[in-house]
Write a protein that binds this ligand. Structure first.
Ligand code: 5AD
Ligand code: SF4
Length: 445
């Protein structure tokens, strides 16, 4: 075969995984691989996997089943499992899935192209944790899916003891990236046309704990905020325990920091929070939120909730409903509890029946939808700044994100708008997005 080998990467799970996939792709491109338009025409198919819930894993197992069938016909095909499941299930994969050539955990992506080369040369490669931090991947800032937006990983792993969560096992202990490295990478991204940066970490606001007292997310935000040309700066995901007064003051002072904060509460019942070992109470969460709103009244909170955690009673669940009513999040993800082998909670009886988990899930989703819609309704008639991401699913429309991370659609068909900041006057509020009209030029940037 004379043409260059083609790869296709499937990404499952969180934003961190998507960024990892981006970095993997950039390594492969630099090594002479070519992106395939479809999985069917790829010579190398990589699944960057997630272990956080069983459902995410099931999708990967069935995908691997389908790839096994394809590989029978195309023995040259290279199949790789990357990410959290690779870390978690390496033995199972090796024993039961001989058609998987490559098993690489999230901290061993540093030289992924060499591993793929080796797999193509037919040495099956298993590299689960070779101690190389994924952050050692040299980032070619020019290789990225969006011209104006970029994610920057500022830390890896998690040190929190949440009983239900597999992340500390699969991604390891918390390691913060040196601040100068983050600033330098961000500067290079901005020099290359990026105007919006989202910093990533499992507990992003705990950044720097392992580096020394002077390194905090607040200081990092201030340094990045000074980069000329950077118009939006966001960070996900924050933990309620590390929402310090200093961070609140910093957000208030820096006008280019986005006005949404992903601050997962997980539950509104103190009893459940305690058994989850989240380390805060409902009262403490609310007090922090009040402090935040006192200084930054326009900021909106986003949350994650888990329903059906072992022992969650109807009364506990009702407390979560009341809590949601009190805070009125702009957006929430709601998950049915899924026992993860090896976690502390896996030893507890998974005693909330599936149909009850489903019901609680529906109740919270409906309540969240109501709150989102109420907030969206209030925006009708207002003109908002939108960073255009591209074509919307509806033909003849484009879409982008507001300052609060809301999706906004508007009639337009101009590729030159992609990556630009425009003004959109909101005409209609939907449950999960806004519809509006592009205000006449001049565009803002
Ligand atoms: N079951 C269900 N949801 C979970 N999450 C993490 N672990 C589990 C689990 N075992 C959810 C939490 C977290 C989000 C990323 O996933 O809400 O914030
Ligand atoms: Fe998991 Fe808790 Fe760490 Fe979030 S803070 S990644 S839920 S252990």
């Amino acid at each position: 075969m004379t043409s260059r080998p083609k790869y296709f990467v499937h990404s499952y799970g969180c934003q961190m995984n998507k960024l990892d996939s981006e970095l993997v792709e950039s390594r492969l491109l630099e090594a002479g691989y070519e992106p395939a338009d479809t999985e069917g025409e790829a010579n190398v198919v990589l699944l960057n996997t997630c272990s956080v819930r069983e459902h995410a894993e099931d999708r990967v197992w069935s995908k691997l089943g389908r790839l096994r069938v394809r590989k029978r016909k195309e023995p040259e095909l290279v199949v790789g499992m990357l990410g959290c499941m690779a870390q978690e299930h390496q033995r199972r994969v090796q024993a039961r899935m001989p058609h998987v050539d490559l098993v690489v955990g999230p901290s061993a992506f540093g030289d992924i192209e060499k591993k793929v080369d080796a797999a193509r040369a037919k040495n099956s490669v298993v590299a689960v944790d070779d101690g190389v931090s994924g952050d050692s991947i040299f980032r070619n800032v020019r290789v990225r899916p969006h011209r104006s937006q970029a994610y920057v990983s500022i830390m890896r792993g998690c040190n929190m003891p949440c009983t239900y969560c597999i992340v500390p096992t699969t991604r390891g202990i918390e390691i913060s990236r040196p601040m100068h490295e983050i600033v330098e990478e961000s500067q290079r991204l901005v020099d290359d046309g990026v105007t919006e940066i989202t910093l990533l970490g499992q507990t992003v606001n705990a950044y720097g704990r392992d580096l020394g007292r002077e390194f905090t997310l607040s200081r990092l935000l201030r340094e990045l905020h000074a980069i000329e040309g950077l118009r939006r700066l966001a960070f996900i995901t924050s933990h309620p325990n590390f929402l310090s007064a200093e961070l609140i003051d910093t957000i208030a002072e820096l006008p280019n920091v986005s006005r949404y904060l992903h601050l997962p509460a997980q539950s509104g019942s103190n009893r459940v929070l305690k058994t989850m070992r989240r380390g805060y109470t409902v009262e403490r969460y609310l007090a922090r939120a009040e402090q935040l709103w006192a200084k930054v009244p326009e900021i909106e909170l986003h949350s994650d909730f888990i329903v059906g955690y072992p022992g969650e009673t109807e009364a506990d669940f009702e407390e979560t409903v009341q809590f949601m009513e009190r805070v009125k999040f702009a957006q929430s993800y709601v998950f049915k509890y899924s026992p993860r082998p090896g976690t502390i909670a896996a030893d507890l009886e998974d005693d909330v029946p599936e149909h009850e988990k489903a019901r609680r899930n529906q109740v919270l989703l409906a309540l969240q939808e109501k709150h989102t819609r109420e907030k969206n309704d209030r925006l009708v008639g207002q003109t908002l700044e939108v960073l255009v991401e591209g074509d919307s699913k509806v033909e003849g429309r484009m879409s982008g994100r507001t300052w609060h991370h809301r999706l906004a659609h508007f009639p337009a068909n101009d590729p030159a708008l992609k990556g630009q900041y425009v003004h959109v006057r909101v005409t209609e509020a939907l449950a999960h997005s806004l519809v509006g009209e592009l205000q006449p030029a001049p565009a803002l940037s």
